[in-house]
Design a protein around this ligand. Structure first.
Ligand SMILES: Cc1cc2nc3c(=O)[nH]c(=O)nc-3n(C[C@H](O)[C@H](O)[C@H](O)COP(=O)(O)OP(=O)(O)OC[C@H]3O[C@@H](n4cnc5c(N)ncnc54)[C@H](O)[C@@H]3O)c2cc1C
Length: 441
């Protein structure tokens, strides 16, 4: 085989491993390049949640089959094996800065007593390791500890170079190199995308945590009146230990404040950190199409913020079949993979507006401490389940809707802020937030 392949996959996350395995099972000669020592060695933050089929993404209703130990994608008719642990959780609670009032999505009590499993957390390293081993059996040629730095389009397809000196050629490349995709940059795909912002955050696995109804995901806002302003955080059960939680904040100062000085400090009586992961996310608007010069983009690489593991697996799977069919039909070009391009445009781009996704993080910056307490106190009805980040903000608004008249009477300024804050305007609000009198930290 030497350095020539049918398909070169860059990146060994869920999208790349699924793509490489599927293409090799279809009989293609596949190389996968990954810069880490092993794909299952996870350094980047990921909450490792998988939503069940009470929700949907990308026009698919994926779910985890506990009996068969598989992630099932019924609409697209495939599954992914998973032999690791999982832990169910039952609801999503938004907690106000007073640490008491909460807006509830999903029915915790009903689900905890066997009424349903809206979501689970899982062990991503086990998922990735399983895919890696299946790919190995199918004949994928793995190149580990390789940092892809150069790409060029050739007469026969693509040429990929690494910092370590490899030169590989292929008919197609699948870019599965994640949210800060170098391929999206060096192929020129990013030139047509809008750069939105860079977000840094830190996540700790912690023990010694105690609070009520803890088998849920908590999206909280704490408030440091002296220095930090609003301090959003997320707390979620961990898959690794029953007494462990995944704790996500934007930085060390925020972590210190939350656990030692905030109104939430009683939640952390014997706090210990068991593991830490970090991430930096460059947010771009989604690409107009997931293809450039025989590079097919999957997963996070050409999407906004996160495709999620489910979207990564799904797009990797679909792209691998598209490449296999293109080569079978003797069409090693854009026309050959048009099925994938059209599927992605219809099921991702046309059905998910990234501005909806941006609304929730911005919601955490829009109001004052007192306003958050007031809003969380108003909504006492349980809202229908979702954790789909494209739907979260509109679900919150559905909860507030019946109370808007009261807000108008009691807090006209707050009502005005709510009215101003719409997905169509979110891009304008990100930068001028401070000027409009919203806290901007
Ligand atoms: C804080 C946070 C929480 C999240 N929580 C969840 C969650 O609960 N559930 C969920 O489903 N999703 C979650 N996600 C999103 C999820 O992690 C991603 O959508 C998913 O991992 C994307 O998979 P991917 O294969 O596209 O990219 P990645 O998983 O990022 O994989 C990319 C791979 O490419 C490699 N790579 C990158 N550049 C190069 C290069 N130049 N050369 C060689 N290799 C390279 C990387 O090392 C990496 O292994 C979360 C993300 C964040 C940031």
């Amino acid at each position: 085989m030497g350095n020539k392949f049918d398909l070169i996959v860059v990146g060994g996350g869920p999208s790349g491993l699924e793509a490489a395995k599927t293409a090799a099972e279809n009989g293609l000669e596949v190389a996968l390049l990954e810069r880490k020592t092993h794909p299952a060695k996870i350094q980047r933050s990921c909450a490792q949640m998988f939503l069940m089929n009470m929700d949907s993404f990308y026009e698919e209703h994926m779910y985890f089959s506990k009996e068969k130990k598989k992630w099932v994608f019924p609409v697209n008719n495939f599954y992914v094996n998973y032999s690791g642990n999982y832990r169910e959780f039952y609801a999503c609670h938004f907690i106000s800065p007073n640490a008491t009032d909460r807006i509830e999505i999903g029915d915790y009590e009903l689900n905890a007593s066997g009424g349903g499993t809206p979501a689970v957390v899982f062990d991503k390293a086990v998922l990735l390791d399983g895919l890696f081993e299946e790919g190995k059996k199918a004949g994928v040629h793995y190149f580990l500890e390789r940092n892809v730095t150069h790409f060029s389009k050739t007469a026969g397809g693509v040429q990929i170079k690494t910092a370590e000196g490899d030169i590989l050629e292929g008919a197609f490349c699948i870019a599965a190199d994640g949210i800060n995709s170098r391929l999206a940059k060096i192929t020129g795909l990013n030139k047509e995308r809008l750069f939105i912002n860079t977000r840094k955050s830190i996540s700790h696995y912690v023990t010694g945590v105690e609070f009520e109804r803890s088998e849920a995901i908590f999206l909280g806002i704490s408030w440091d009146r002296e220095a930090l302003g609003p301090v959003p955080f997320c707390l979620l059960p961990s898959v690794y230990r029953d007494d462990e939680y995944w704790f996500f904040v934007s930085g060390d100062e925020q972590f210190e404040f939350l656990t030692k000085r905030s109104k939430f400090k009683s939640w952390f009586p014997r706090l210990e950190i068991t593991n830490t992961r970090v991430n930096v996310v460059n947010n771009w608007s989604p690409a107009r199409e997931p293809f450039k010069d025989n590079v097919i983009f999957v997963g996070d690489s050409c999407w906004f913020s996160e495709a999620e593991n489910s979207g990564a697996l799904l797009s990797g799977h679909k792209a691998a079949h598209a490449v296999s069919e293109a080569l079978q039909r003797g069409m090693p070009n854009r026309d050959g993979v048009m099925n994938y391009i059209n599927w992605w445009k219809q099921n991702w781009l046309a059905t998910h507006d990234y501005r909806d996704f941006l609304c929730y993080p911005l919601f955490n910056r829009m109001f004052t401490e007192d306003e958050y307490n007031y809003l969380h106190h108003l909504v006492t009805q349980k809202l229908p389940w979702t954790l789909n980040p494209f739907k979260l903000y509109s679900r919150l608004m559905t909860g507030l809707q019946p109370h808007l008249e009261r807000v108008q009477q009691e807090r006209p300024q707050l009502a005005q802020k709510i009215a101003l804050f719409r997905p169509e305007q979110v891009l304008q609000l990100i930068k001028p937030a401070a000027r409009m009198g919203f806290p901007n930290r």
